[in-house]
Design a protein around this ligand. Structure first.
Ligand code: ZN
Length: 502
């Protein structure tokens, strides 16, 4: 076989791996959206069988040999060409997957499912000690995982790399060290001002109208319904079943407007990212976002920088009032804008506003790193958690269900995940500043409800590249610098300075 034939052979094997993964995703989507409860047991087996097939296929010696043989060929290509990147990214992933022994994967899967069950019970009964041994197990498995990737600069690096390829613990710590004092000071300053009202958001809102308004907005954002659909699920999410089928979900709260509305904006950002990937990359490992942080930057850009901006509501508030005249006729645009941007330190991360959100993440990141380093023991976690909540947000959880037990991630062994949410916030603001330089009349466009140039910019700079570039590379290409917290701080200080008169 010559190099071209080997590349064709590699692609056809990778296409099959990809197809298996998409079928796994379809089963997961179905589990959360359509499946009756009785399907749980059978579905777990189906998912395990298909995931196993995918793993065996991807880590085969044949793929390993093809990747090795193709290294000189890749070296002759333009380093940014699709084929060169496919070989590079796949090689990196292959090396990672084959470094992890199968018995570790099996022990991890078991610990994750047991951990999840223990966490559910511990949270329901507010009893951390029920969860403690399972979390200890997950932490020690992750420490063991890091050892497969020696030498590393920091023991947390291999964990972070799962979600943000190429980013180092040191970089993330630097970013958060810069952010922390400013965010804490901002929250304190806001806390000293008069609170804004948002009671008008808590009224009965017809579910069908909520859905129609959300659909109207995301259609304008550029979400393509011929390659997507929206369903209802307990937790909103986006699932790509291929570039021609990128689905979003939401949940409707009959007495609270913000929930479905902003989650629809948010998920459409994830979906527009996937729909914007270059079709040449379809059915390969490049047909997805660059990282979870990059993905979150897109969802938060549409949800927050656009969807919670004053300019956006100049156009859409009269429309929303037409949908809900009874509820909103007497609420001014100014009151509505302040209300949807109300800042209130709270104990629960998923309910946090834009200004306090990153502090919830910093707390988790610091504790994760300390756990993996062995600086903090699992048994001391509730106390460490509560101390930081007091320091950063001025609140102390009255029980562990409202504190250390609130998130599912650690129970399933996801350690290294949380920082991606905060990185997404930072990247979104960094892109936003550049977009305004490149499209000076963007504010006027947003005030007219026009987003084609905005989405076009994002597609050109971010979406079409899929996973060709690592997150820091892609952010640098798009903005001229690596991930930088300064634009996000400028954004928060200007926005909340105006709303709260700081
Ligand atoms: Zn998201």
């Amino acid at each position: 076989m010559d190099d071209e034939q080997k590349l064709t052979q590699l692609k056809s094997l990778l296409n099959e791996v990809w197809d298996l993964r998409r079928v796994v995703r379809l089963l997961q989507w179905d589990q959360q959206v359509k499946m009756p409860i009785g399907g749980t047991h059978g579905r777990a087996h189906q998912l395990a069988t298909l995931s196993q097939l995918e793993h065996v296929k991807f880590t085969s010696e044949e793929i390993g040999q093809l990747l090795e043989d193709l290294q000189p060929y890749a070296g002759q290509l333009d380093p940014d060409a699709n084929d060169a990147r496919l070989i590079r990214v796949t090689t990196r992933r292959y090396k990672k997957k084959t470094r992890v022994p199968a018995d570790w994967v099996a022990r991890k899967a078991e610990a994750a499912s047991e951990g999840y069950r223990a966490w559910e019970e511990a949270r329901a009964t507010d009893n951390f000690s029920l969860f403690q041994p399972y979390l200890e197990k997950n932490v020690s498995l992750r420490q063991e995982y890091a050892e497969f990737f020696k030498p590393y600069e920091h023991v947390y690096d291999p964990l972070l790399d799962e979600f943000e390829p190429g980013i180092k613990t040191r970089e993330v710590q630097q970013i958060f060290d810069e952010l922390r004092p400013h965010q804490v000071a901002l929250i304190q300053a806001i806390g000293e001002r008069a609170q804004v009202g948002d009671s008008f958001l808590h009224q009965p809102f017809d579910e069908e109208k909520q859905r129609d308004f959300g659909a109207e907005v995301v259609t304008r954002f550029g979400y393509d319904w011929k390659r997507g659909r929206q369903d209802v699920s307990p937790h909103p999410f986006t699932e790509s079943l291929g570039l021609g089928d990128v689905r979003i979900t939401t949940r409707f709260m009959p007495d609270y407007l913000s929930s479905a509305m902003f989650s629809t904006f948010h998920e459409s950002g994830h979906a527009i990212y996937e729909q914007g990937i270059d079709p040449d990359l379809d059915r390969t490992h490049l047909a997805t976002g660059a990282s979870l942080g990059l993905h979150e930057s897109q969802s938060r850009l549409y949800e927050n920088l656009v969807g919670r901006s004053y300019d956006f509501w100049i156009h859409f508030y009269p429309r929303l009032q037409e949908y809900f005249p009874m509820q909103l006729a007497n609420v001014s645009l100014e009151s509505f804008y302040s209300g949807i941007n109300k800042v209130e330190p709270s104990l629960i991360r998923v309910e946090a506003d834009e200004a306090t959100y990153n502090l919830h993440i910093m707390l988790r990141l610091e504790l994760e790193i300390a756990l993996i380093e062995g600086q903090v023991l699992v048994k001391d976690l509730p106390g460490e958690w509560n101390d930081r909540m007091g320091e950063y947000l001025g609140l102390t959880p009255t029980n562990d269900a409202l504190g250390v037990l609130q998130d599912v991630h650690w129970s399933e062994g996801y350690i290294g995940y949380f920082s991606t949410y905060a990185l997404g916030n930072l990247i979104s603001a960094q892109l936003w500043e550049c977009i305004h330089t490149d499209i000076p009349d963007l504010p006027e466009q947003v005030r007219r409800g026009e987003f084609s140039r905005l989405t076009g910019w994002l597609t050109e700079k971010i979406h079409r590249h899929g996973a060709k570039f690592e997150p820091q590379e892609l952010v640098t290409q798009a903005t001229g610098s690596k991930i930088d917290p300064a634009p996000y701080l400028r954004y928060l200080e200007s926005k909340y300075g105006q709303i709260y008169g700081l």
